[in-house]
Design a protein around this ligand. Sequence first.
Ligand code: TYD
Length: 409
Amino acid sequence: MEIDSCRFCKSKNINKFMTYGKMPIANAFLLEQDYSSEFFFELAPVYCEDCCLFQLIDQPDPELLFHDEYAFHASTSTVMQKHFKDLSDSVITRFGLKQDQLAVEIGNNDGGMVHYLKEMNYNHLGIDPSKNVADIAASKGVNMLNAFFGREVAQSVLSKEGPAKIFLAANTLAHIPDISSVFQGVDELLSKDGVFITEDPYLINVFEKTSYDQIYDEHVFIFSLTAMNNICTDFDLEVFDVEPLPTAGGSMRYFIGRKGQNEITERKMEFEEKENNLNLKDESVYKKFKQNCETSKSDLVKLLTELKAEGKLIAGYGATSKSTTIFNYCDIDSNLIDYITDTTPTKINKMSPGKHIPIYDYQYFCDNHPDYTYLLAWNHKNEIIKKESDKYNGKWITHTPIIEVHDSF
Ligand code: TYD
């Protein structure tokens, strides 16, 4: 449902500075027989002029997004697996997590960081609302709760397991519209010396890279440090450190503890200053981003139209949720992109949401190498280049920060 006030601070001063138009569910890959029942909503970001939280004006019912058929399986990326392993190691080394202390992870998908803690015999709990992926995690021996996290779930965990020393959320918080209830839950469950570590795509990176494809139904929020600070103010919580990350196309990891419990790092202060200088309350920041999106759209359509006129075969690499925003905003269908290749079993042989571009498996890509490959999974660029550099001789198309063609990487 469309909001008329900020999802967090309830201010009525929300600014709808642009729209991406009619959009299907980003991860709802479908079969031809399901076209007639395809769900669409208006994808438009707004920012709160008071707390600076960047959010969607409308988000489809979460039950439509995170369900038993949820198509995203985190363990398909080896780089992300290493990323999570490193973080689970660092909560032990940096924050001194002990084996009998509880580490909770929300949105841990088919394993997550708690999977690694489980392997090292640490007390842990994963909480994920999508049953299919939660079941996979459970089958790996991870203690799982199949639920949407909020205050009540936190109270129930607290009464059964005691407080959490570590609370993790990777690419999860941005998905949860009732952000207050998550923070209430964290406030309830976190021990006095506990650390809440959360990471998500970072708004400033989205602006700098014109990566508007980070904006889709599941990302109801794109956080900045400014907004995160403002959220914490309402609770006994504060951001004491941040860590910029290359993952998910440019993310920020926030380290949050009880007020006054941790020294505020230089790095946090530097990012705070950078954002203050940018001034996220100033409409011109958003207007500039809107203009960059429009340029990206017209350049992409022009390029693909010219290449198709020359008879080139063009494929997309990675049927990402992000690509749903691109194809629907830019009105690109199978006349301009012949097919998309992906390794995820639940996406293969389905059609892309809204524009119905066919998704074929990786072997099809190997057997039908296109002249041009649009790197849709650009957040996994290094991993993909490593895999393809010896095998694929065609050209690559990328869109961050501007539309470009590369003879090779
Ligand atoms: P993901 O990173 O989850 O992006 P989004 O959040 O926008 O959906 O999706 C990456 C997709 O790319 C996923 O469907 C798997 C696919 N993929 C490949 O097909 N081959 C690869 O080598 C990699 C790394 C990913």
